[in-house]
Structure formats: structure tokens, C-alpha cells
Design a protein around this ligand. Structure first.
Ligand code: GDP
Length: 298
């Protein structure tokens, strides 16, 4: 665990260093709070979460009676950890057989990589996994998912040029018949122009429910932590359309916009099941509010 914290810490350095400089002065005054406000906004914390953190921090400073700016940084870490705490929730597998997990995300967010990482994570934990290649529009997506399936020796339902909803239906049906623990449905992140992504995803969700009345059990969105407020906009749009149950936030190993997690906590506190901290298959970690706040602010 030590190494990924180091990676997260150095990855968040771009975000953290601009915030840290605020606390290098000698006085706790209005100027410090103004500079902090600016640094938080620059880190894509968003107006509401920034205001919340500043109000909370001022109260903590008052209660602690400290006069040392360096101590304020620690208090900010506490305030941030409290704000992020609702995002900390484990992905539970085993309540359904199989647990059907639909995964969405715009192209480039790191969806395919994250599904590969998640497949390995689940397989390592002894879960039997079936992959569904429901991004039938992009040949490369299907191929890439096939590579992950082979590498982890898990089965895959994939059909060249097939209908995404039909592939998803078949996968859930096969998952039940073959007694799989988990069915992971990879969906498209972009469609050929005339088609509407959200309608396509809603259709997949409906059809999955037809195959199994309680499914999907999880609807995850993969977002690129490096895209800040853009990622928050994606959370809003996908949540409105699909009622998300969880997030995977990628690329936290090199972002100046790590504040976006606070913005998400403030506006759409959807659990962050995993964070991506690198391109390698083992670079997937469970999210801890306290560790994240510490990595950012120490
Ligand atoms: P997709 O289009 O959403 O399926 O995105 P991909 O999974 O193909 O990932 C896009 C790029 O982001 C690839 O070069 C990945 O290696 C990279 N990537 C994905 N997750 C992470 C991460 O957590 N950290 C870093 N540094 N790169 C990542």
C-alpha cells in the first residue's frame, strides 16, 4: 500500500503544491483565505465545495485557536476528509448471482483500462467474471476487451457489429446459466454520429433488466480525474440518464485538478469505488477519503 500512496502523493503534487504555498506565510488573515480560495478553484474544486471548505476551515481555525498557518493546512485536510467521507464505500459483490455491473464513460476516460484492472482485481479475489463487449461500434474496444479476457482467463461475450443491447442481454443470460459471480458490461463511449449515446445506454440498461429483473446491480461511470470540472459535468449527465451507483476516477497519478473529487462530493455524492493511479493493471486502488486528503495536503 505504501507505494501507491507515494504515487498518489506525487500524482497530486501538481494540485497540492499550489494549495500548500498558501500556508507558507506567517499570519492567518483574510489574504490567506483569499489565496486559498483561488488555489482551490484552480484545482477545480468548484465554487460550492470551495465555499463549504472555507467556511468549515474558518470554524475549525477558530475552535483550535491556532495562530500558525502551517497548522491550518492540517485543519484543511480534516475538513476535506470529512467532505469526501460519503464517497468512501466498497463495491459489494455476492448479494446477487451474478452481480451485473454496467460500465459507462466517454472515450479516453480510461474505461477499457479500468475494466481490465477491475477484472484482474475480481479474478484475484476468486470471483468468476464474464465480460460483455457491448461497445460493438468500435472494433478496437472489442479487441482490447478480448485481450483483458485472455490475460485473466475469463470468458467474454463479443459479437462483431452486433447490437449492444442484444450482446448485453446474452451476457447476462449466459452469466446466469454459467453461474458467474460477476458480469461486467463494457459500453460505448462514443457512437457513430446520428445515434445518441445516452439513449443507447438507457436501452442497454432496460434490456439488462429484462434479462434479470434485479439487474443492473451497479451502474458505474469512469471519469478522467485530469479533466476536472468536465468530469463533474459528465457525472451530472450520466447520473441524470442512468442513475449511477458508483464512480471510478482515473489518472489521479498526475493531475492538477484533484479538487474535482470535492466538487463531486458536494454536488453528487456518488461512491468512488476505485481510483486509477497509473497505466498498469495493478494501479487500481480503493478510495479512502482520509488518505486522499492527506496525499493532497501533506
Ligand atoms: P477508454 O477510451 O475510456 O476505454 O480509455 P482507455 O482505457 O483506452 O485509456 C485511455 C488512456 O488513458 C490509455 O493510454 C491508458 O493507458 C490511460 N489510463 C487509463 N487509466 C489511467 C490511470 O489511472 N493513470 C494513467 N496515468 N493513465 C491511465
Amino acid at each position: 500500500r505504501g507505494s501507491w500512496m507515494t504515487r498518489l502523493k506525487s500524482g497530486l503534487r501538481k494540485t497540492g503544491s499550489s494549495i500548500a504555498t498558501v500556508f507558507t506565510g506567517t499570519k492567518i488573515d483574510e489574504q490567506l483565505y483569499e489565496e486559498l480560495e483561488e488555489a482551490l478553484l484552480m484545482a477545480d474544486t468548484g465554487v460550492k465545495a470551495t465555499q463549504h471548505l472555507l467556511d468549515d476551515l474558518k470554524q475549525r481555525v477558530k475552535d483550535s485557536k491556532t495562530t500558525d498557518p502551517a497548522a491550518v493546512k492540517g485543519l484543511l485536510a480534516d475538513a476535506l476528509a470529512d467532505l469526501l467521507a460519503p464517497l468512501e464505500k466498497p463495491l459489494v459483490i455476492g448479494e446477487h448471482s451474478p452481480t451485473v455491473i454496467m460500465v459507462a464513460g466517454v472515450n479516453g476516460a480510461g474505461k477499457t483500462t479500468s475494466i481490465g484492472k477491475l477484472t484482474k482485481h475480481l479474478a484475484d479475489a476468486g470471483q468468476s467474471v464474464l465480460l460483455a463487449a457491448a461497445d460493438t461500434f468500435r472494433a478496437a474496444a472489442r479487441e482490447q476487451l478480448g485481450v483483458w479476457a485472455t490475460r485473466n482467463t475469463v470468458e467474454i461475450i463479443s459479437q462483431e457489429g452486433g447490437d449492444p443491447a442484444a450482446v448485453s442481454f446474452d451476457a447476462v443470460t449466459a452469466g446466469k446459466a454459467r453461474n458467474k459471480d460477476v458480469v461486467l458490461v463494457d459500453t460505448a463511449g462514443r457512437l457513430p454520429t446520428q445515434l445518441h449515446l445516452m439513449e443507447e445506454l438507457k436501452k442497454i440498461k432496460r434490456v439488462v433488466t429484462k434479462a434479470d429483473g434485479t439487474a443492473p446491480h451497479e451502474v458505474l461511470l469512469v471519469i478522467d480525474g485530469n479533466t476536472g470540472q468536465n468530469a463533474l459535468n459528465q457525472v451530472r449527465a450520466f447520473d441524470d440518464a442512468l442513475q449511477l451507483t458508483g464512480l471510478i476516477v482515473t489518472k489521479l497519478d498526475g493531475t492538477a485538478k484533484g479538487g474535482v473529487l470535492a466538487a463531486i462530493a458536494q454536488e453528487r455524492p456518488i461512491p468512488v469505488y476505485f481510483i486509477g493511479v497509473g497505466e498498469k493493471v495493478e494501479d487500481l486502488e480503493t478510495f479512502s477519503a482520509k488518505e486522499f486528503a492527506q496525499a493532497l495536503l501533506t
